[in-house]
Design a protein around this ligand. Structure first.
Ligand SMILES: [Zn+2]
Length: 390
């Protein structure tokens, strides 16, 4: 009996003990929770502060990176730098608000930034007036859009259309049929294409439009999507070439145009062809040549370039980064010119150009195309060279 009572007592004691322990535990955990909560809040505040510090330093880094890219080869004083940094910070803040209403303000600030950079460029230009005027006149040639558009319109709409099929050309419209029969220039021009560009690759371009059969023109060649009054095939391309040019002169233009085709064809883009000169609309695939090229060489300078009406001042500031003045027009032309230079490589490169050559060298397919073109040219005794200013 005593045993039972003892046992019972022990059980009670145990129960009390257990209860009290759990009670204290409970109280303890309440306190701990509170402490943890405070700790968590503190941690959260720390993280928030750390994050905003990180954001701030990221923002500063982005501004400094943009600054060093947009000034190109300009050597600026502290005050000049501050003035540019002030504008860049304003632009960055507006961009972060991410509202479309800011677009106009951003564009206006980019224009101010561009004017400021152009002012410094002119002040610091050391090439002499003759070179300055020469560059200016080259730039005006490129910018004389009204004249070019008319000429280009005549070339693209009036010339005969051929289909490129298994290394041959077939007349696509009536003029092509009659012109092909009576004019050897077209046949020769097609043979010349095959002497310079690897035909298996050219076969992927669907249409061929030889021009200059009757009227002489300054345009050597072009590549564009197949959208005009005769063909409505927007995801396909047209190669146009001037039939009046000999192979040496034609070759560089063809290589340049093939650089466009390589970087703009449908394997490089998502969805239907859009305005390729607007990076936002063009929908290049993440790993496409031109997207990677843009991210590496154009992301920070594109907006200033678009605001710049003078062209030559932008070029002077960045001349060491470009293979020619023409390539400084926009990232699409820069890719084609850089590709052309990569293939023919006929002068010593500046560091900026070397970087672009190294970039293209990382793509085995581009290197393959280069070797194919070079061996064809060698085989056919053709010597491509770029005649642009450098
Ligand atoms: Zn071009």
């Amino acid at each position: 009996m005593k045993k039972i009572i003892f046992l019972k007592l022990t059980i009670y004691l145990l129960l009390i003990l257990l209860f009290s322990t759990s009670f204290t535990n409970c109280r303890k955990s309440d306190n701990e929770n509170k402490e943890e909560n405070t700790r968590e809040t503190q941690n959260y505040d720390d993280i928030k502060e750390k994050k905003s510090q990180e954001d701030e330093s990221q923002e500063k880094n982005a501004i400094s990176k943009t600054y060093s890219k947009i000034i190109g080869n300009l050597d600026l004083s502290k005050d000049e730098k501050d003035e540019i940094m002030k504008l860049l910070t304003k632009i960055m803040n507006l961009k972060q608000e991410n509202v479309s209403a800011n677009e106009e303000k951003i564009s206006k600030l980019n224009k101010d930034l561009c004017d400021l950079l152009n002012k410094y460029t002119l002040e610091k230009f050391e090439g002499g007036n003759t070179r300055l005027n020469k560059l200016k006149s080259y730039a005006s040639l490129y910018k004389d859009v009204s004249q070019n558009v008319e000429e280009f319109f005549n070339i693209t709409t009036k010339s005969p259309v051929f289909l490129i099929k298994r290394s041959k050309i077939e007349p696509f419209d009536r003029i092509a049929e009659t012109e092909y029969k009576k004019n050897n220039k077209i046949k020769n021009a097609w043979e010349n294409v095959k002497k310079i560009l690897p035909i298996e690759r050219v076969n992927k371009i669907k249409y061929f439009k030889p021009f200059g059969v009757e009227n002489k023109t300054h345009t050597a060649g072009y590549i564009t999507t197949a959208e005009d009054s005769k063909i409505n095939d927007a995801n396909q391309f047209v190669l146009g070439i001037n039939v009046g040019l000999d192979c040496d002169i034609l070759s560089y233009s063809l290589i340049h145009e093939f650089g466009h085709f390589t970087s703009l064809n449908s394997s490089q883009r998502d969805g239907k062809y859009k305005d390729v000169f607007s990076y936002k609309d063009a929908k290049f695939k993440e790993n496409s040549y031109i997207n990677l090229f843009y991210k590496k060489f154009w992301e920070e300078i594109d907006e200033i370039n678009k605001e710049d009406e003078s062209v030559y001042l932008f070029y002077i500031r960045h001349s060491s980064e470009f293979v020619s003045m023409y390539s400084s027009l926009n990232y699409v032309e820069d890719f084609a010119e850089t590709f052309g230079h990569f293939v023919i490589n006929n002068y010593n490169d500046s560091d900026g150009v070397k970087e672009k050559m190294t970039f293209l060298n990382t793509f085995p397919e581009i290197v393959k195309i280069k070797n194919e073109i070079l061996s064809l040219c060698k085989q056919n005794n053709i010597h491509p060279s770029s005649k642009d200013t450098k």
